[in-house]
Design a protein around this ligand. Structure first.
Ligand code: 6PG
Length: 257
C-alpha cells in the first residue's frame, strides 16, 4: 500500500492482496475504515452520519458492510444514512443510487428506517433539493451540515457527487442541496446533489476510485493544475480527505501506483 500526501489530501493506494483484485482489496480496506469511523463517531458523539456515494464503485463496499464481520461491528441503530446525490428517477429505478444501496446494504442490516434519509428523486428536482436541505438542517440542528463521513466517487470528467464541470452548482455557497441539469458522456443528466458547503464541512471524506479507465482523471485531479475540476474543490475546512485508489486507478500518478 502506497501512501502519499498531496496538499491536505492523503492518498492511499491499495495494492491487491494475494490473489485478490484491486477493487475487492479496495472495498475491504474501505469497509474497515467505514466501520472504524462509525464506531469512533458513536463512541464520541452518539451517532454516525454518512453521505453515501452513488455510481457503481461503492457496491462492493456496501456488500461488505452488510456481511460479517462489519455487520456485527457497526452500531446500526446509531448510523444515519444520507446521499451525496441522486438521479431524478423513482427509488425502484435501475439508475437510482438509493436502490443500489437498498439492495446491497440497507435491506441486509438492522438500521431503523427513520435513520435512512433518501433523496426523493421521483419529485420535481428543485423541490426535492429544498426538502432534502430542510431534512439536513433539522438533523444537524442548524444551517450547516457536518457529516462524520462523506463517500465520493470520481467521474471521467472530474465530477464528484453530481457536481459537474462548469455547473452552476459548483458556485453555490449557501444552499446545501440543489437540482442539476448537466451532460455526462454525451447524455443529459438530471440530478439532485449536495453542494460544496454541505460536503466541505465533513469530518472525513473518502474517495473510492478503481480501474485503469480512471487513471488519467485521477492524475489530473491529484497532480494536474489546481482548481478547475469539481473533485479538486472538495477541500474540507476542518476534516481529512483520503483517496483510496486501486493500483490501476493510481497507475499514472508519479511516485505511486
Ligand atoms: C453518481 C455519483 C457519481 C459517481 C461517479 C463515478 O450518482 O453517479 O454520485 O459522482 O460517483 O460518476 O461513478 P462510478 O463509480 O460508476 O464510476
Amino acid at each position: 500500500m502506497g501512501i502519499k500526501t498531496v496538499g491536505e489530501s492523503s492518498i492511499r493506494v491499495i495494492q491487491p492482496e494475494g490473489a485478490g483484485h484491486g477493487p475487492e482489496a479496495l472495498a475491504r480496506e474501505a469497509a474497515q475504515r467505514f466501520t472504524d469511523l462509525a464506531r469512533e463517531a458513536v463512541d464520541s458523539r452518539g451517532r454516525f452520519s454518512v453521505a453515501l456515494s452513488g455510481g457503481s464503485t461503492p457496491a462492493a463496499l456496501y456488500g461488505l458492510l452488510a456481511e460479517e464481520p462489519c455487520r456485527a461491528q457497526i452500531p446500526w441503530a446509531q448510523v444515519y444514512l444520507f446521499w451525496g446525490d441522486e438521479r431524478c428517477v423513482p427509488p425502484d429505478h435501475p439508475d437510482s443510487n438509493y436502490r443500489l444501496a437498498h439492495e446491497t446494504l440497507i435491506s441486509h442490516v438492522p438500521i431503523p428506517s427513520a435513520n435512512v434519509y433518501r433523496m426523493r428523486g421521483e419529485i420535481e428536482p428543485h423541490l426535492a433539493a429544498r426538502v432534502y436541505e430542510r431534512a439536513l438542517q433539522d438533523f444537524f440542528c442548524g444551517p450547516r451540515s457536518r457529516f462524520d463521513l462523506v463517500l465520493l466517487g470520481l467521474g471521467n470528467d472530474g465530477h464528484t457527487a453530481s457536481l459537474f464541470p462548469n455547473s452552476a452548482a459548483l458556485h453555490e455557497r449557501e444552499r446545501l442541496a440543489v437540482a442539476v441539469e448537466a451532460s455526462y458522456q454525451d447524455r443529459p443528466v438530471r440530478r439532485v446533489t449536495l453542494t460544496l458547503p454541505a460536503l466541505n464541512t465533513a469530518r472525513h471524506v473518502l474517495f473510492l476510485v478503481t480501474g485503469s479507465a480512471k487513471a488519467g482523471i485521477v492524475r489530473a485531479v491529484l497532480e494536474g493544475p489546481k482548481g478547475h475540476l469539481p473533485a479538486q474543490q472538495i477541500r474540507p475546512t476542518a476534516g481529512q480527505i483520503v483517496w483510496m485508489l486501486d493500483r490501476e486507478a493510481a497507475s499514472q500518478l508519479r511516485g505511486l501506483g
